[in-house]
Design a binder for this molecule. Structure first.
Ligand code: SAM
Length: 291
């Protein structure tokens, strides 16, 4: 509608009224295109029975659309200068609460308990600050919060790594971690022209549909992720060399070779060719053989 925050005119008005200057160090690139916002909100499949956590509301461009689509919105913003602005722009909505803080420091489980009681389906929807995309996503996934979807605007390159399949150059430990916790899908690629100021990288919206159970059975999750990281540590090295230099005791090389043979995994393969199932087999077998 004409009253949307996310139009170039309204955004400039708000920024001028408050004398706001962008902080590059906080990844402040605000959205000024309502079509993009509608697409993001649609990808999250919201309704009034659902709640949303937004990370980095800025001046409220996306927040406002979330308030219209969801039952409740909790928006976490690190920049104190934005709090009075949000008080102003979000005044028409009574289903939103702005929490001042760094999302990486906040106790999100407590936030669920204190502020989202009664909501069974909670999603994270955000245009993320690009300097901390990966730590934020890993925190959301690893804390096993009862989330339904994570729908976020991030760098296109990171979105491609998250959704990458085995054997591709983008496939890495981030792909395995994300796909272990969620079904991943690049929802759309977004041009730099929909932000002010324009970011220097291309952007994309990624949707992570959180899994109820992981796609593979893993006996020791910590070891599984150590195996994955070791296998990707040096891309030009073989699987065996990466495992021996980054994970297993060097005196037990023969046993590792035997284990790979028993699993039918060629030791000369590169880590990036292994599927999540193969990483899981490797980790589970290493537990059994006490390697
Ligand atoms: N949602 C707004 C929009 O789409 O126009 C702003 C998005 S902007 C890319 C990222 C926002 O995240 C900024 O408002 C920034 O201040 C905030 N931010 C940066 N680091 C943060 C952190 N660690 N915790 C919470 N918010 C953060």
């Amino acid at each position: 509608s004409g009253k949307d925050i996310a139009t170039p005119t309204r955004t400039r008005e708000v920024l001028e009224k408050y004398g706001f200057s962008f902080k590059k160090s906080l990844g402040q690139n605000f959205l000024i295109d309502t079509n993009i916002l509608h697409n993001i909100v649609d990808a999250a499949h919201l309704d009034k029975s659902r709640a949303v956590i937004e990370i980095g509301p800025g001046i409220g461009a996306l927040t406002e659309q979330l308030c219209r689509a969801a039952g409740r919105v909790i928006a976490i913003e690190i920049d104190q200068r934005l709090l009075p602005i949000l008080g102003d722009t979000l005044a028409p909505y009574d289903n939103v609460e702005v929490v001042h803080g760094d999302v990486l420091e906040l106790d999100l489980a407590a936030l669920f308990r204190d502020k989202l009681k009664g909501y069974e389906k909670v999603s994270v929807v955000a245009n993320l600050p690009y300097y901390v995309t990966t730590p934020i996503l890993m925190k959301l996934l690893e804390e096993r919060l009862p989330l339904e979807n994570i729908v976020v605007m991030i760098q296109k390159e990171v979105a491609e790594r998250i959704a990458a399949k085995p054997g591709t150059k983008d496939y890495g430990s981030l792909s395995v971690a994300a796909q272990f916790y969620a079904e991943t899908e690049v929802a759309m690629v977004v041009p730099a022209s929909v932000f002010i100021p324009r970011p220097n990288v291309d952007s994309a919206v990624i949707r992570l549909k959180i899994r109820d159970v992981p796609p593979v059975e893993v006996e020791e999750e910590g070891l599984f992720f150590r195996v994955v990281r070791a296998c990707f540590a040096q891309r030009r090295k073989t699987l065996l060399n990466n495992l021996m230099s980054g994970l297993f005791d060097k005196t037990r090389k023969e046993e590792v070779i035997q284990m790979l043979a028993d699993l039918g995994i060629e030791p000369s393969r590169r880590g990036e060719t292994l599927s999540i199932e193969e990483f899981a087999q490797l980790a589970n077998e290493a537990v059994r053989r006490q390697l």
